[in-house]
Design a protein around this ligand. Structure first.
Ligand code: ATP
Ligand code: ATP
Ligand code: MG
Ligand code: MG
Lengths: 255, 255
């Protein structure tokens, strides 16, 4: 089982899109995939038409029941999606309160890691979507993973954000004695604008081999696919965005 | 003094861009404007080239000193920007810990409101930028304001996000016995894609007169302006984005 966390404290950079698209390609290849939505705003959950407001069970249970959770409890939380082999553990609104509730308890950073080890061994890949903010949810997602994927918009403001994300990881590294395997993914690349080209060049100069050598181009079909509640690789197999994420996946699987 | 909060739990919808652009237009018109960065990720602070990591004083002081803060303490936190009449109270990384620290204290929702009443009366407008997450920082920004501006990307996933934002405001309304003056701002409108047109139509049908009758179009000059660390109205007076935000401001000032 491989666990990949998709995180960036900057909002709207394509975190959820990356989880949905990579998840779908892996599932279409026949791998069993679980997506975890740790964002209280629940974009991933809504993407698949699950109404997070009505949900009784989800990721919140994993945090509040932690050691006492049984296999049956876990099964109540997992939903299937219209894509075969692709399941989701959805987010609920109550998660917004977790920072206040959990931050004092010891060991609160390892809740997700322990739950996945106990219940999720049947999956080949687990992809964790994060909220755009540093808190107990992101801390758990980072502690649980083998690899961190950081989507970064190719524009200069986003580069500052990446610097901060790196510093956050370093702060956490010291407390967790683990060094992260990081892959920075340039997204929403627009080859027509100088701002995009300049930002991409600076990204490669500053972060070198941590940055994937390709780019995810701007593709308006991502928006159309989300309107149809289908991942882009299912909605439009031949789209630019599908091809780019397939290339990214080749690199990630080869490591 | 008018206090406007720009908020949306969805990330990357143009909150910071809206604060920077409206702030600049108001300042160019001769109004004295203060921008407050309550996002620990500090995009607004970085936009003006202030290195949030190096900062000694900022919004964090307002939260931790609250009642004991003096006029001299406040002045230490406020920075000028290259635009005349436009000042900023910057964010610092320490703010990410505030949820854990503050959420149990009573009255923690009114800290910003009290500080602005005490120290900021010399400003004509205060614009508050929010993080993309519901927590003590957003609660404070909503409690302090006269008007809430909610930028919403014209794409269907974003509409679900707006529904949640509304529900959050309703939850808060009951505890604050105040009803919000809300203005929903359609952003990143792309008249070439059906997804954008369909989402815009649905937005108007669902939220009626809460939605501004205009739109902020996609304009790649926003990215170029942020590269130059200048607000778009200063960098490109005649740009589409500048015109659209000027039209929005006409409506907001008329209310
Ligand atoms: N390569 C791309 N080209 C065009 N649009 C894209 C691309 N990737 C993502 N998008 C669009 O950008 C918007 C933001 O993407 P997404 O919601 O995945 O970002 P996020 O980082 O998960 O946001 P949040 O911080 O709110 O969690 C969505 O409307 C999505 O459809
Ligand atoms: N109308 C527009 N047209 C094109 N690009 C835009 C527009 N408005 C904002 N942008 C760009 O979109 C990106 C996200 O905008 P911004 O950072 O203002 O969003 P935000 O909601 O503040 O994000 P966060 O949730 O991280 O705080 C930036 O690169 C910005 O330049
Ligand atoms: Mg997301
Ligand atoms: Mg912002």
């Amino acid at each position: 089982m491989k666990i990949w966390t998709i995180a960036n404290q900057k909002g709207g950079v394509g975190k959820t899109t990356t989880v949905v698209t990579l998840g779908a390609i892996l599932a279409l290849q026949g791998h069993k995939v679980l997506m975890l939505d740790t964002d209280p705003h629940a974009s991933l959950t809504y993407y698949f038409g699950i109404d997070s407001e009505e949900l009784q069970h989800g990721v919140y249970d994993v945090f509040t029941q932690s050691d006492s959770m049984t296999e049956a409890d876990w099964k109540k939380c997992v939903w299937e999606t219209p894509v075969e082999n692709l399941s989701i553990l959805p987010a609920t609104m109550a998660m917004a309160t977790l920072d206040g509730v959990l931050s004092k308890k010891s060991g609160m950073g390892l809740i997700v890691k322990k739950a996945l080890a106990k219940f999720a061994s049947e999956y080949d890949y687990v992809l964790i979507d994060c909220p755009p903010v540093l808190g107990v949810l992101m801390v758990n997602a980072l502690a649980a993973c083998d690899k961190v994927l950081i989507p970064v918009q190719t524009e200069c403001m986003a580069l500052k954000g990446l610097e901060r994300m790196y510093r956050t990881m370093e702060l956490m590294n010291t407390s967790q004695t683990k060094s992260y395997d990081i892959c920075v993914i340039p997204t929403m690349y627009d080859k027509r604008t100088t701002a995009s080209i300049a930002a991409y060049r600076e990204l490669r100069e500053t972060y070198g081999d941590k940055v994937w050598e390709g780019v995810i181009p701007i593709d308006t079909k991502f928006r159309t696919a989300s309107m149809e509640k289908l991942p882009l690789p299912v909605y439009a197999k031949g789209a630019r965005g599908t091809f780019a994420y397939s290339e990214l996946l080749k690199k990630l699987k080869s490591e």
